[in-house]
Structure formats: C-alpha cells, structure tokens
Design a protein around this ligand. Structure first.
Ligand code: C5P
Length: 313
C-alpha cells in the first residue's frame, strides 16, 4: 500500500515531468520567458532585447569600449597603435590627443544617445547600400523604426519606396561625405588622422575649408578603439579592417534594443554594387574588407536571432 505522503510525492513528480515536457516540446526558450518578466527586471521593453540573448553575444556586446569619442574617453597607446597601422600614420599619440581636444571645443563633449531602459524599446534599422534594395519595397518598414542609420552617400530621394525617407543617423568619412540635414546625427568614422583634421576644418568657425556637412551639435565621432574592437572581437581580425557597414552594425548593438538590417550583400558577381548607381568597376569586389565573411557573420547573427536580416531581391 502506498501511503498518502507517497502518493503526494508521485503526483508532484508527475506534475514536474509534465511541465518540463511541455516546456521542452514548445518552441519556448529562456529568452521568451524574459518577456514575461515584470518590467523592472527587463533590460528594455521590446519583445526581445539584444542584451537578453545568447551568453556568447551578450559577452561580446558587453566587452565593447565606449563607441563614441568623448572628452572624457582617453584612448590607450595600444588602441592608438592599431589605428596608426590602419593608416600608416606617422604623427605621435600626443598629436592625436591635441586634435581630439580641439574637436571638443566645437562638438558636444558627450554625444546624445538614448540610454537603455526597461520602459523603452529602441528599434533600429541599419541600412547598407546594397543593390539588393532595388525593388524591395522595404521603405515603409524601414521608416517604422525609431532610429534609421544610413551610410555614406546612400540617398533616399527617388528611392523612397525601397529605402524609406527617414534618416536619424548618417555614418560617413571624408571620402564618402555628403551633407546631412540639421536633424540628422552625423556619425563620423575616422579611419586616419587626416580625417579628424578634415572634420575640424569642416566645422571650425572662421576657417577656410569644405562647407559644413551638418549640425555640429549632432556630430558623433566613433572611437578608434571601437573600430579595433569590431575588427578583433567580431571579425576575428579578418580583412584589413571591417567595412563601414559592418562596424555600423556592431555600433547598433550598442545603441539599440532591436536591430533590423537592410541593404547588405554583394551582387551575383561578388561586387558591392549600390542601389543608386550602375557599377562601373566590375572588379570592385568588396574592397579591402572581408566582405563575404562579414556577410556570413551577419547571416549567422540573423540565424541566432541577435538581429533580423532583410535580404532584399
Ligand atoms: O558602398 P558603401 O561603403 O557606401 O556601403 C555601405 C556599406 O554597405 C558597406 O560598408 C557594406 O558593409 C554594405 N554593402 C553591402 N553590399 C553592397 C553594398 C554595400 O553589404 N552591395
């Protein structure tokens, strides 16, 4: 005869087994359970927050140095040496520091970034310049995001139905520069010392030089240490350095809670052709970047549900 206590134990064990079975059979995982947590315990208010994903990516995202240069963000000599190698710069570290000091007499000492919060969901569209956007009709979907990050010369005018109209951030460097309107953040990628001087010249009051490219109060300068981090920790040192697009994607993981990626991927010939022009250099490939590996990496992030990749046509 089984005692009452024994029966209760058997019943409880069966209940636990059934619950475990149901949990296992359903497509739920721990990340989904996060979304049932009360607000205060969640990192953000999206269905799924970036920083609640797989441990490996959580660690990678967490290991980032400050993505933007600020008056208070000193760069280490080690990071400076990596940056120097990208460009074969001869001028010393002290010159870099002096230039940065001058930059912050013009630009905000700390760039405006909306911080992560449990009652907010910062959705971002990262829009590369791939020709696969042509005919995609992603325009409305892209505009639906809070933050829309575009790159270099990628235009919206004339391509609205495929790429949208909204641009909250535009990433660029001197060779790819275009003017941005007064409400758009100019996210500046300095690949060399000359680039910092170009920025200084472009915005310095009473100084001759190219005309202003945007609103000085919305300029954000990428920290070279962040470029090194993207190259070493995300790209595992493949290619000479990561493409602007790839680094922008890594940047979005720092400033967004949910990231959707558009306009990435080479054409059938393996070239990084653009949605807004006909490719002239048929041997372009992906420039000095490990473009194919970058794309594979982005696909893997999509498969692991860290981001969502919209592949276009
Ligand atoms: O060509 P551009 O540098 O202006 O494009 C911005 C970014 O978009 C690139 O750095 C690259 O990461 C991405 N791109 C792409 N496939 C293309 C064109 C661009 O992945 N066909």
């Amino acid at each position: 005869m089984v005692s009452t206590l024994g029966k209760t134990r058997i019943l409880l064990t069966l209940l636990c087994l059934t619950a475990a079975g149901l949990f296992y059979k359903s497509k739920w995982n721990l990340t989904d359970l996060y979304s049932l947590w009360p607000h205060k315990l969640r990192a953000c208010n999206c269905q799924k927050c970036l920083t609640e994903g797989e441990h490996e990516f959580k660690m990678l995202i967490g290991a980032s140095p400050k993505p933007f240069l600020t008056k208070q963000t000193p760069m280490s000599e080690d990071d400076f040496s990596w940056w120097k190698n990208v460009q074969r710069e001869k001028r010393p570290f002290s010159f870099f520091n002096e230039t940065v000091d001058k930059l912050f007499t013009i630009f905000p000492p700390t760039p405006q970034v909306e911080q992560q919060s449990s009652d907010r969901c910062r959705t971002c569209a990262v829009v590369g310049n791939s020709a696969n956007l042509k005919g995609s009709h992603y325009g409305q979907l892209i505009d639906y995001h809070d933050i829309v990050i575009r790159m270099n010369r990628g235009p919206t005018k004339g391509y609205e139905s495929d790429v949208g109209t909204k641009t909250t951030h535009r990433v660029m460097y001197p060779e790819s520069a275009t003017n941005v309107d007064k409400n758009t953040h100019l996210v500046f990628f300095p690949f060399k010392m000359k680039d910092l001087l170009w920025l200084l010249n472009s915005f310095a009051p009473h100084q001759k030089g190219p005309k202003r490219r945007g609103n000085k109060d919305l300029v954000m300068i990428i920290n070279p240490a962040f470029m090194k981090y993207s190259h070493e920790m995300w790209m595992k040192k493949k290619g000479r350095y990561p493409s602007t697009g790839f680094m922008t994607l890594v940047l979005s993981l720092q400033i967004c809670d949910e990231v959707n990626v558009f306009g990435f991927g080479a054409d059938r010939e393996g070239n990084w052709s653009h949605y807004f022009e006909i490719l002239r250099n048929k041997r372009l490939r992906t420039g000095p970047h490990a473009g194919m590996q970058e794309y594979e990496f982005i696909r893997m992030l999509d498969q692991k549900k860290v981001i969502s990749l919209f592949k276009g046509l």
